[in-house]
Design a protein around this ligand. Structure first.
Ligand code: 5AD
Length: 437
């Protein structure tokens, strides 16, 4: 009988990509993939360490796996494993700790591993670290797939632990990226989300390769309807990229550009290389160039030294810019980062309240953004069909839409369906299909 492997992922899209690749690796090695809640021979927890709460959830998942199957092999990998292997060792729940490197060899290592060994295979990233080549993902039956094309970050924002656990900048070779994208399309994907740790630096260390040049190559792939970009830094946005988005049929008018704070003093303390007004003008320019642009962002509240005045100024700038969606984080001191030692750490209660305020503002803005589309007809890439009820998917502006279904709708999955957006329903939009003339 085939051995079973179960996976659990915490954190960002890059982690989700990597888990899928690890699943493909285990399948190649003869394992059957099963649910994390089932009995399995091997459990892989792909951990995250971006905040203290990520560490906590990662530890919880490791414990859960061990409890489920006391005799199984439990593997901790990912950013928390890379950054704090000793903490995981202390738990005495994991048999194997591997960070973000050299996971290609995992199945071979497992053949000679005894349960209860607590083997720590974490090693630091060398300066010439290569792009980890996990096998291409097989995406049975999914309409949206993630493709990791870039790894590492050298920005060193004062709060962020990611550069230390993800290592130096490196990129997937464009030929390999196209091959992997074709693979995703062949398995049914119609939308590909390009991801990376510092995506805008894609190609930085390769000759004549950049994000726009890769987009051009990917656009040629038949049956790929959409390309979406995940997070980009403000300084990564240039006229070439914007021209490319406006001139493209398939690159979505959706950008996620982390602002982190709308206050200049806080941005400086964060080691973010722009002024609030620069971001404001960047956003204005983008919205002018890309009509109805979906612009989303990350905000950290309660950074050390953030007073009520800073917080108010930040809220005002967020409002002035106008986002389609906010991801709000409460500042979490990360050991080894400069900001963890800054004076003026903000009490949790204050962080909670500020976070609530920014989340509320984000919800208002998201609703206003959604409402401007009511009455318009938008192509929706249907990801899920609930027979005789509705088809669900996203517009290119990343609005989640449910389309009322008649009998023909049973075949909507993976297709672009024109829908008139009728009304808001919580964070979704209800729509009806309109036929092509
Ligand atoms: N505390 C809170 N949020 C953080 N982020 C990164 N580091 C921290 C931290 N120490 C957030 C940033 C980043 C997102 C991925 O995580 O907003 O953009």
């Amino acid at each position: 009988m085939k051995k079973k492997a179960a996976f659990f992922t915490l954190g960002c899209k890059v982690n989700f990509c990597e888990t899928e690749a690890l699943q493909a690796l285990f399948e190649q090695a003869g394992y059957k993939i099963t649910d994390f809640d089932n009995q399995a021979d091997v459990y892989v927890i792909n951990t995250c360490t971006v905040t203290g709460s990520s560490d906590h959830k990662s530890r919880k998942a490791i414990r859960r796996a061990r409890k489920r199957s006391p005799g199984a092999i439990v593997i901790a990998t990912g950013c928390y494993a890379q950054g704090a292997p000793e903490k995981i060792k202390e738990m005495e729940q994991a048999d194997l700790i591997v960070g973000n490197r050299e996971r290609e060899k995992l199945p071979q290592i497992l053949t000679s591993l005894e349960p209860g060994t607590a083997l720590d295979l974490v090693s630091p990233h060398p300066a010439d670290s290569r792009f980890e080549m996990l096998p291409p993902v097989k995406r049975r039956n999914r309409t949206r797939g993630f493709l990791k094309i870039q790894e590492g970050c050298d920005q060193h924002c004062s709060y962020c632990v990611v550069p230390s656990v993800r290592g130096p900048l490196r990129s997937l070779h464009p030929e390999e990226a196209v091959l992997r994208a074709k693979n995703l399309v062949a398995s049914g994907c119609r939308e590909i989300v390009l991801t990376g740790i510092h995506l805008g630096f894609y190609g930085a260390e390769l000759e004549d390769v950049s994000l726009p040049s890769l987009l051009k190559d990917l656009e040629e792939i038949p049956n790929l309807f959409r390309l979406r970009l995940s997070s980009l830094e403000p300084s990564d946005i240039n006229a070439e990229l914007v021209d490319h988005i406006t001139g493209s049929w398939i690159v979505c008018p959706h950008l996620h550009i982390p602002l982190q704070s709308g206050d200049g003093e806080i941005l400086r303390l964060m080691n973010r290389p722009y002024e609030p007004v620069e971001y404001l003008y960047l956003a204005k320019w983008l919205k002018q160039e890309i009509p109805a642009l979906a612009l989303s962002t990350d905000i950290i509240v309660g950074f050390p030294g953030e007073t009520e005045k800073h917080h108010r100024r930040s809220m005002k700038l967020i409002k002035d810019i106008g986002f389609s969606r906010l991801h709000v984080f409460k500042y979490s001191p990360r050991p080894g980062t400069p900001a963890a030692d800054y004076s003026g750490q903000v009490p949790n209660k204050v962080k909670d309240r500020r976070s609530k305020e920014v989340i509320e503002l984000g919800e208002e803005m998201a609703s206003a953004y959604r409402r401007q589309f009511l009455g318009t007809v938008q192509p929706v890439l249907v990801e899920k069909v609930v027979p005789y009820s509705y088809g669900e998917g996203f517009t290119q502006h990343y609005l989640r839409v449910k389309i009322d279904m008649d009998i023909k709708g049973l075949h909507w999955r993976g297709k672009l369906i024109n829908a008139r957006l009728e009304k808001e329903d919580g964070s979704e939009i209800k729509a009806i299909r309109v036929k092509k003339k």
